[in-house]
Design a protein around this ligand. Structure first.
Ligand SMILES: Cc1ncc(COP(=O)(O)O)c(C=O)c1O
Length: 420
């Protein structure tokens, strides 16, 4: 009989197999210093374009003070136990009602983490006779939530409403046989390429098909819509979203998440959401911190304005200089270049070492072979000088990519990685 660990000793997994080349640099890099537009990477100053601190709250003095005061008052243990047993407080309820009001829903419920929370929400919403129809490019937390489902599921082509409709027809027929209902899931903003989910068209389909709609608005919350209530507000269809989800990990610059819906649905989830029923309550420090952040989201529109000033400067600057930034409709700014994985590695090394630009890099298999995706996340802490410096650096690296510099350097990069 095989040892369970045998496969692990042989194969570290699709990403893990690159560990010896990439760890500490391309993956698991250590950014140091206070969270802001400029931090340190391996002792060098870099402009950071890889942190989802959209509104610049992470290191805002008011937020730092609120977090520190809450830590002093409550420590990091209080309250102990799950919400249902002993971990419930007035402040948890207050945060829930404020979040619900902000996103225009009757009720909300707190989640300890976005990933586990949405997974558990999907699990609680469907039973085995129900059918899930979801975007093929959905975030891992949605895919893993769907994996828990014992019944049928269909994917539709990414952001393709025709494909969604085809699958809704299939799902409707199937639901008539099983006696179940249909749950459609999209993201409000797709975090890799920045397109908004086609929420308006999806909600429109409710006139023809009977389904409930769950939206993961991790990147839309705080950044889109007149008040910052997200992609549903931006597209004028918040009412058509039956269950709205957002995490605190991005605009709110913290940990935790929430779902918002009609009160009756929230009341059901409160008693059926396994990730919350069987896990310790969100600690008070995070609850108090989230209340402060939400107040700032509501009362400081200048943060979102500054964010968008930077987004517009970066995206229009890149376009003007002829870069392909795909079809983004959000702050997420992808830059597509052509090249191999070793070229991508030496290009990123050049960006970091010689131009002081730190951004995330995505390559095959996440995107098609031969493409390099550099992903930039503007925040309210960036300055227009940061944008200009970055645009100039991008011009330079594109020239070097086109004249074959990275092809030549990539062999050396691989060798130096191996030496580490
Ligand atoms: C689209 C999306 N959904 C959910 C999550 C998970 O949220 P959390 O970090 O709170 O677990 C993320 C990542 O943060 C995300 O990008």
């Amino acid at each position: 009989m095989k040892d369970l660990f045998e496969k692990i000793y042989k194969d570290k997994g699709p990403l893990g197999k690159w560990a010896s080349h990439a760890e500490g640099y391309f993956v698991f890099p250590k950014l140091e210093g206070e969270i802001s537009n400029r931090m340190k990477f391996q002792g060098k100053d870099v402009i950071t374009w890889s942190i989802n601190d959209y509104l610049g709250l992470a290191n805002h003095p008011q937020v730092r003070k609120a977090d520190a005061d809450a830590a002093k008052q409550y420590g990091s243990a209080y309250p102990m136990g799950a919400r249902m047993m002993s971990g419930h407080t007035d402040l948890h309820e207050k945060l829930q009602s404020e979040l619900a009001a902000f996103v225009n829903k009757e009720g909300a419920y707190l989640l300890n983490f976005g990933y586990q929370g949405i997974l558990s929400t999907i699990d609680a919403l469907v039973s085995k006779n129900d059918i899930i129809v979801y975007d093929v490019d959905a975030h891992a937390c949605i895919i893993d939530g769907v994996r828990l489902h014992m019944g049928k599921r269909f994917t539709y082509k990414h952001n393709d409403v025709v494909s969604l409709e085809k699958n809704l027809e299939r799902a409707t027929k199937m639901a008539q046989q099983t006696g179940g209902g249909i749950l459609v899931i999209s993201e409000g903003v797709f975090g890799m390429r920045g397109e908004q989910g086609r929420l308006k068209e999806i909600v429109e389909l409710k006139k023809k098909y009977k389904f409930r709609f769950l939206v993961d608005d991790a990147h839309g919350f705080g950044t889109l819509g007149k008040t910052g209530a997200g992609a549903g507000e931006e597209q004028g269809v918040q009412d058509g979203i039956d269950v709205y989800f957002a995490t605190f990990a991005k605009s709110m610059a913290s940990t935790g998440a929430f779902i918002a819906a009609d009160q009756e649905i929230i009341d059901y989830l409160k008693y059926n959401l396994r990730s919350q029923m069987f896990a310790k309550s969100l600690q008070m420090q995070l609850v108090v911190g989230a209340l402060k952040r939400l107040e700032m989201l509501k009362t400081m529109p200048e943060l979102k304005e500054k964010l968008w000033e930077n987004v517009n400067a970066l995206q229009s600057g890149l376009k003007k200089r002829g870069f392909d930034i795909g079809t983004t409709q959000s702050c997420v700014t992808p830059v597509y270049l052509k090249g191999s994985i070793p070229e991508a590695m030496s290009l990123v090394k050049d960006l970091r070492e010689n131009y002081g630009i730190f951004c995330s890099i995505v390559v095959y298999p996440v995107i098609p072979k031969g493409l390099i995706l550099l992903r930039l996340i503007p925040t309210a802490t960036h300055t227009l000088e940061d944008v200009t410096e970055t645009l100039n650096a991008f011009d330079a690296i594109r020239d070097r990519l086109n004249n074959g510099t990275y092809k030549r350097l990539s062999a050396a990069v691989m060798a130096s990685m191996e030496d580490k």
